[in-house]
Design a protein around this ligand. Structure first.
Ligand SMILES: [Zn+2]
Length: 242
């Protein structure tokens, strides 16, 4: 590795270490050890990840294990190999670091909305979140409709990441994450069981998950409407209707 490569790797390592500490503080766990690898192209990324990836939005990955690994497309490769810009890499890295830390407290892959929502929220990716609210209001009960890998894949293009991140933010906002932390600690770490999951949620939050989610969607509808009004009001030819 030449000097300029070392500088690039160190820059990302510094960001990752800071975030590991921050997220570990959030979950009140010791910062986990990890290795960071920068892949110079998609082939190298796949070799490191030990799976075949070609999705253009995929530029980072967390791999559990000893040691845990985070793979990130190199800044020289990211624009060539997918839809992301160089500037997105920091957020992508933070998202993967959030997976690394979350894996310490909850190693299961289900439910997908919890795993991905926590990472989107911690990485600060909720601000520019795009999602089709109608899809999530009409296709099953949110967020239970986003539990399995297949459900997640289907909903991804409708903004499953964004809406799940916003939902986690909504839960955290109630009490700075106290209940969410406690809830995650209480969850069994083997074999996801929906009934048990919902029961523990209700015990900790004192309200069923589905009711909190309805409240969340109602708020989101209001937020979306307000933004539409703002857009209309900015239109010089439009009459302000709301
Ligand atoms: Zn993720």
């Amino acid at each position: 590795m030449d000097n300029s490569e070392k500088i690039i790797l160190n820059k990302f390592l510094k960001i990752a270490n800071l975030e590991v500490k921050k997220f570990a503080d959030f979950f009140k766990v010791p910062p986990p050890f990890f290795k960071l690898k920068l892949a110079r192209n998609r082939d190298e990324f796949n070799r490191l990840a030990k799976i075949e990836t070609s999705e253009p939005w995929l530029a980072g990955m967390f791999l559990a294990g000893k040691p845990a690994k985070i793979i990130l497309l190199h800044p020289v490769a990211v624009e060539k190999e997918g839809i992301h810009f160089k500037e997105d890499l920091e957020k992508i890295l933070k998202h993967e670091v959030a997976h690394l830390v979350f894996n310490e407290v909850y190693p299961l892959s289900q439910p997908a909305w919890l795993k991905e929502g926590v990472s989107v929220y911690l990485a600060g990716q909720t601000k520019r979140a795009n999602f089709n609210l109608k899809f999530f209001s009409e296709n099953g009960t949110f967020p239970l409709s986003l539990t399995t890998e297949e459900e997640w894949k289907r909903a991804r293009k409708f903004g499953a990441y964004g809406i799940s991140g916003k939902f986690i933010k909504f839960l955290v906002k109630r009490d700075e994450g106290e209940k969410l932390r406690f809830f995650i600690q209480k969850l069994p770490k083997e074999n996801y069981n929906k009934e048990q999951f919902l029961q523990i949620f209700k015990e900790v939050f004192k309200t069923p998950l589905v009711l909190i989610a309805q409240d969340f969607l109602k708020n989101l509808r209001k937020e979306v409407r307000k933004n539409e009004c703002r857009t209309k009001a900015r239109n010089p030819s439009g009459i302000r209707l709301c």
